[in-house]
Design a protein around this ligand. Structure first.
Ligand code: ADP
Ligand code: MG
Ligand code: ZN
Length: 497
């Protein structure tokens, strides 16, 4: 099967919707004083409340409520003046109370939006709700081949995570983006992650699960009502968000093409194959027997306090980008290219560290982007700082390094974690401008390639390239190519003018 997203959108219109869970970085849990620290021994951060022992009473964490309201404000939501927690009833061993304290019909924040830029186009993603709930514990199934409960000998439960404050951010359905749907989904989660990071409310590590995403996708024929959605879980990276939408679009199109029906179900994303597998069929809200939580008082955030939180919001990524664009003096297209590569802040920081904009841009969009790509990581995750890149640019400008040598220096910084000047010194990276040394290398190259030398002498000047290459090789890229070429021609007795 070689269908592409473009084939799919020739016949169907996709609709996407994202549900994102964020573990807040509060010091203590949502309804008790237990620590939220990651990585402690199992069940050491527990108490009567988060273990759901009879008679234990919860008290809401004010810092978590404040963080949720700040998230809502950053996402342009209205903040409820009065709302309650609700019990979401279901049995699962990782949830000792047999209900999750969540919010249902009275979320803290509603009706917002987040604008994302994709392909030079601004897409407004509507935010349905932002609500506060608690995380569950963690099950480990031991003995089976797959790590899943099927075939396991026994299961272990760690309640350290149970009761950690969790914010759920639910988008409205996003129609009308056609073939861009996978990129819009990714851009939305990226922008949301950056906002959460800027707010300082969470460490937003997708791989550690402090930011988790469920991706809803449906297809409909043009002019018809929206189709049945599937909800893909286990999407653990930005790239996977994009792949999950794409693979569901392809799979659902195939089902619909064959005259079949898409089932409303939860599906699991497989990181290795990039496709989705069916999970459980979807529960309805009625299955959860939601009712208002009787053990907690309602939340009634004072509007004056909410306004002071709004006034204290930090500069958000979109505003920062606009400022950066003005400061860097680059145009929309240029900025979009840098933004797609995730290097705007890196370029700006490199310029702040003293490099010219053009050079900073070329490094981050060129060699450094290539390296990040090859490693399957974001440019920002490369172990090299904007300051180090600025230093390399300075060394190239001074003629100490050629571009090729500067790349070797980058490799060295990434391999050793040492600073640029240390790598340059340790590896003896510097342009050889000593004419005596270059002349010796040129003579060697001529002696080793007599036919080429003869051609050049005979007037085929272009053939000298092979000799330049030989000298560059023998000097490990440390010679200045133009100087080498001039020396070679001189020694071969060819006058170019
Ligand atoms: P549930 O708890 O059942 O997952 P939610 O209301 O929490 O329901 O989330 C539903 C998500 O699915 C929302 O992000 C919503 O925008 C999205 N959605 C709803 N209808 C569709 C559809 N037809 N196609 C794609 N996504 C949809
Ligand atoms: Mg949901
Ligand atoms: Zn506790």
């Amino acid at each position: 099967m070689t269908a592409t997203v473009d084939d799919v959108v020739a016949r169907y219109e996709p609709v996407i919707g994202l549900e994102t869970h964020v573990e807040l970085g509060t010091v203590s849990k949502m309804f008790c004083g237990c620590s939220t620290e990651f990585g402690a021994d199992p069940n050491t951060h527990t108490c009567a409340v988060c273990l759901g022992l009879p008679g234990a009473l919860p008290v809401a964490n004010a810092a978590a409520i404040e963080a949720t309201i700040r998230i809502g404000l950053a996402l342009n939501c209205s903040i409820a003046q009065w709302c309650r927690f609700a019990r979401k009833n279901y049995f699962y061993p990782d949830m000792p109370k047999n209900f999750q304290t969540s919010q249902y019909d009275e979320p803290l924040c509603v009706e917002g939006y987040l604008n994302v830029e994709v392909d030079g186009r601004t897409v407004r993603v509507g935010i349905e709700r932002v609500h506060l709930e608690e995380d569950t514990g963690k099950n480990t199934h031991v003995g089976g081949a797959t790590g899943r409960i099927h075939g396991a000998d026994y299961s272990l439960v760690d309640y350290n995570r149970a009761g950690i404050p969790l914010v759920e951010i639910v988008t409205k359905p996003v129609p009308g983006v056609g073939a861009l749907a996978p990129e819009v989904a990714r851009a939305y989660v990226t922008e949301l992650r950056d906002i959460l990071r800027t707010l300082g409310v969470s460490d937003v590590r997708m791989e550690q699960g402090s930011l988790r995403c469920d991706v809803n996708t449906s297809l409909n024929r043009p002019g018809e009502a929206w189709g049945t959605r599937t909800e893909t879980k286990n999407v653990n990276s930005l790239r996977s968000v994009e792949r999950a939408v794409r693979s569901e679009m392809l799979r659902q199109a195939e089902v619909l093409d064959g005259g079949g029906r898409v089932l409303q179900e939860t599906r699991h994303f497989n990181e290795t194959s990039g496709d989705t597998r069916p999970g459980r069929s979807k529960e309805e809200a009625t299955d959860y027997r939601y009712f208002p939580e009787p053990d907690l008082v309602p939340m009634a955030p004072d509007p004056t306090w909410v306004e002071s939180l709004r006034a204290d919001l930090p500069e958000l990524p979109a505003a920062r980008r606009a400022r950066t664009r003005a400061a860097l003096g680059v145009d929309e297209a240029d900025l979009a290219q840098m933004s797609n590569a995730g290097v705007v802040d890196l370029v700006a920081a490199t310029v702040d560290a003293g490099a010219p904009v053009g050079e900073a841009r070329n490094w981050w969009l060129g060699y450094l982007a290539q390296l990040a790509n090859a490693r399957g990581i974001e440019a920002a995750e490369l172990e090299i700082t904007p300051g180090q890149v600025a230093r390399l640019i300075e060394l190239v400008a001074a003629g100490t390094l050629s571009t090729a040598l500067a790349r070797q220096a980058v490799d060295g910084v990434l391999e050793t974690g040492s600073d640029v000047d240390v790598v340059v010194a340790e590896r003896g990276l510097k342009v050889v401008s000593d004419t005596g040394a270059l002349a010796a290398a040129a003579d060697e190259a001529i002696a080793a390639n007599p036919e080429v030398a003869e051609k050049v002498r005979g007037g085929k000047i272009a053939a000298v390239g092979a000799l330049v290459g030989a000298v560059m090789k023998s000097t490990r890229g440390q010679a200045d190519a133009a100087a080498v070429r001039a020396i070679l021609l001189e020694r071969l007795g060819v006058d170019e003018s």
